[in-house]
Design a protein around this ligand. Structure first.
Ligand SMILES: Cc1cc2nc3c(=O)[nH]c(=O)nc-3n(C[C@H](O)[C@H](O)[C@H](O)COP(=O)(O)OP(=O)(O)OC[C@H]3O[C@@H](n4cnc5c(N)ncnc54)[C@H](O)[C@@H]3O)c2cc1C
Length: 387
């Protein structure tokens, strides 16, 4: 992998310099960039020469992942095809990933070794799963991010598990993703009439620590009803499972990591100003605090004012502002701040056709919450399909 320094040497460049156009590169097809592509399709900017770099033509909608695992959705129900979206927006698409960048030289390095120059850059590459203490599990470990890779692996794991008479899964991570995935996997294997012991290890902060007590209680009951064992401890990976602080070994055929987010490796040497935990430090306009021609939204970004948490909601809601600001920055017009709402609505899968609503101090549960979530999620996908 070339380092940013190597990237700075002359090399095959994918974009030429056009005197009166500005080269905007979008890295990652994440939630915010879906909205940027939509905006560019509505209003083609003649002065912008736009390129999207994405490792896959498919952008998965993570909120529908539990439903996909439970067989409620097919592949195409919960993913967006970036190709028609880019084409409608007049955006050139490169199927690759950024492996290094040098923000001082406006240069990106791609997986195949080519270099890409930009005048204006927007990052929406999400985050990776933090698995430092689970690494010794090697091929028994599945990380929930990147989602497209997880989907591919889960298909194989599901086939392996259904070939066994009984199996064991450990899910690590006490957030919404860990709880939802535990329930979804247990449901999928029960539907295939397979016995599977699922254990959810939440870490010391317990289940759904960012949510109100009512929601936490409801999710705890949903997990119990599904026959999932919840351990409020920190797990360390070993060859055949996870070990708890007491020394107890919880054996597992597979361990699913839905642990905290960590930044992509290419950011560390990018010369961009980063937050303490290594994400791109941005202001309320989602502009890099160190490089005025770089913007970032979604999980890859860290607001200096701490106004957002890492969640799809903020990636989606920041999208229209990001779209505005990229065009405004190109035209030297004023930028707009993204002002997140004080409370965010979360609809969490708690069983087959069941979900829990979490909104500030409020909580509710039932089939209607699932139906509501289903409608919102399907409409989100439909929005980017229709053009
Ligand atoms: C099971 C599950 C359920 C969830 N449910 C919810 C929910 O209900 N509500 C909610 O708000 N949040 C939810 N989340 C969190 C949510 O998934 C993330 O916060 C959200 O996906 C972040 O969006 P993003 O646009 O930052 O990045 P992503 O959606 O992760 O997209 C990033 C894109 O960038 C691409 N990429 C990555 N690296 C590179 C690179 N180097 N070069 C080029 N492209 C790259 C990836 O392939 C990907 O397509 C859930 C997460 C999981 C795992």
């Amino acid at each position: 992998m070339p380092t940013p320094h190597e990237a700075a040497r002359p090399g095959p460049s994918l974009s030429g310099t056009l005197a009166d156009t500005m080269r905007l590169v979008l890295v990652g097809g994440g939630h915010a960039h879906l909205i940027v592509l939509e905006a560019l399709a509505k209003r083609r900017e003649a002065t912008l020469d736009v390129t999207l770099v994405t490792p896959s033509r498919w952008q998965y909608y993570s909120g529908m992942l539990p439903g996909w695992i439970m067989g409620r959705y097919g592949d195409d129900d919960c993913r967006v095809d970036l190709r028609p979206l880019a084409s409608r927006a007049g955006v050139h698409m490169i199927l690759d990933r950024v492996t290094a960048m040098n923000a001082d030289r406006n240069l990106l390095c791609l997986g195949d070794g080519r270099h890409l120059e930009y005048d204006l850059l927007s990052l929406d590459t999400g985050s990776e799963t933090n698995v430092e203490w689970l690494a010794s599990l090697s091929d028994r470990l599945l990380t929930v991010k990147p989602v497209e890779q997880f989907c591919e692996l889960w298909r194989k794991v599901y086939n392996q598990l259904t070939a066994l008479r009984s199996s064991r899964i450990v899910v690590v991570g006490g957030g919404a993703a860990g709880a939802e995935l535990s329930i979804a996997m247990k449901t999928a294997l029960s539907a295939a009439e397979r016995k599977c012991a699922v254990t959810l290890v939440t870490g010391n902060s317990g289940l759904l620590s960012g949510h109100n007590p009512m929601v936490r209680r409801r999710m705890q009951s949903a997990l119990e009803a599904a026959g999932i064992r919840v351990r409020r401890e920190r797990a360390a990976g070993v060859e055949n499972g996870v070990v708890l602080p007491s020394g107890e070994l919880v054996r597992a055929d597979f361990v699913i990591a839905a642990t905290g987010a960590r930044p992509s490796a290419f950011l560390a040497q990018s010369r961009l100003g980063l937050s303490d935990n290594g994400f791109v430090a941005v202001d309320s306009f989602h502009r890099s605090v160190s490089h005025r021609n770089v913007f970032a939204a979604g999980d890859v970004s860290a607001r200096l004012d701490d106004a957002t948490t890492r969640s799809g909601i903020h990636a989606v809601r920041a999208g229209p502002i990001l779209a505005h600001n990229l065009i405004a920055a190109a035209e030297d017009r004023p930028l707009r701040p993204y002002r997140p709402r004080r409370r965010s609505l979360y609809l969490l899968v708690s069983g087959p056709d069941k979900a829990i609503l979490s909104w500030g101090g409020l909580g509710a549960a039932g089939g209607w919450v699932w139906r509501w979530k289903d409608r919102i999620d399907r409409n989100f996908i439909k929005r980017f399909r229709q053009g």
